[in-house]
Design a protein around this ligand. Structure first.
Ligand code: FBP
Length: 330
């Protein structure tokens, strides 16, 4: 029975120069995950379902649980002097931990509640996290390519609560055992299938897509058993849930640029705290993540809440998508 704490500490011992701070930080995400899971499970009784009546920096209506999860995560790093900055989907500017300003060596990036449209219908939800080194201090420390993430991962709130992370050396999966309140290792050094049989995309938005995107999705739906087609649609409206399925079964998730009515011409998902963390997890498991023209982990953000188009999944499907986007395939 390998708990999250034991696993992290044993890996730390493999790094003679380690200070233990990163280990403590990672363990805290386990604690935050348990607290958020409890809030989700009791939300109906606590009347914390529904809208908070406020909007976040993206102008999106916040759910009460978006706010609750954000507060739990900000509290989680408020002691111990580890974290100086926390950037969140729910905050316009990064939160500064003044008490850690002198010695804090890390910054964290957060999506407290992913898949918000699933909250009130008891659908699958997630929390996305990423840890970066503090360099010069301030927001500009965050505006660096995803390759500079030290740790990235997610917590998946489904029939069971899972925590998945990479520290750059493999991807590891833990399952919360509610009887003891501990995350236990259930898969170490996960490897993704080279290709899958499913695709995840909101096809209701296809009119706003570029012709190359539509051609790729149509290609997946053609009947050709020799290439594993037609693929099945597997879209849950939770990026974390869809990427987790793809991590285990292969396939591809798409959120393309959308020039249609009410669409996001530059893509919906945020580079720094949605796309880059999941891109690191998927790449370390053998998959890939692309904007359609560039590896997500190489994109240097110009602003904290920058959005990009996203294609993430098995290497075969993502590379094929890029060929469609270059017009090499019809
Ligand atoms: P939020 O961060 O606002 O939840 O947006 C992210 C997300 O919910 C993803 O989890 C999901 O894949 C996608 O947006 C769903 O978007 P749409 O409702 O346009 O299909």
């Amino acid at each position: 029975m390998i708990t999250l704490d034991r696993f992290i500490l044993e890996r730390e011992q493999a790094h003679p120069g380690a200070t233990g701070e990163l280990s403590m930080l990672l363990m805290r995400f386990g604690v935050a995950g348990k607290r958020i899971a409890h809030e989700l499970a009791t939300a109906a009784f606590k009347r914390t379902l529904g809208s908070a009546g406020t909007a976040n920096v993206q102008g999106e209506q916040q759910k009460k649980l978006d706010v609750v999860a954000n507060e739990i995560l900000l509290e989680t790093f408020d002691y111990g002097g580890l974290v100086v900055l926390a950037a969140s989907e729910e905050l316009e500017a990064p939160y500064l931990y003044e008490s850690n300003e002198r010695d804090g060596r890390y910054a964290v990036l957060l999506v407290p509640m992913d898949g918000s449209s699933n909250i009130d219908v008891n659908g699958t939800l997630g929390t996305i996290f990423s840890i970066r080194h503090r360099e010069e201090g301030g927001e500009k420390d965050l505006l660096r390519a995803g390759r500079q993430q030290v740790v990235a991962g997610y917590i998946l709130f489904g029939p069971s609560v899972l925590l998945v992370y990479t520290d750059g050396e493999g991807v590891h999966l833990f399952t919360l055992d509610p009887s003891i309140g501990e995350f236990l290792l259930t898969a170490e050094a996960l490897r993704m299938p080279e290709r899958g049989r499913g695709y995840a995309v909101n096809e209701g938005r296809s009119r706003g897509w570029a012709p190359e995107v539509r051609a790729f999705v149509e290609y997946l739906k053609e009947n050709d058993p020799s290439t594993g087609r037609p693929y099945s649609t597997r879209y849950s409206a939770s990026l974390v849930a869809d990427v987790h399925r793809i991590l285990l079964e292969g396939g591809i998730y798409l959120y393309p640029a959308d020039a249609g009515a009410g669409g996001k011409p530059q893509g919906k998902l945020r580079l720094l705290y949605e796309c880059a963390p999941l891109a690191l997890v998927v790449e370390k498991a053998g998959g890939a993540a692309s904007t359609g023209t560039e590896d997500v982990l190489d994109v240097v953000p110009q602003s904290l809440h920058e959005r990009i188009p996203l294609a993430i999944g098995s290497r075969a499907e993502v590379e094929l998508y890029e060929r469609f986007m270059r017009g090499e395939r019809r």
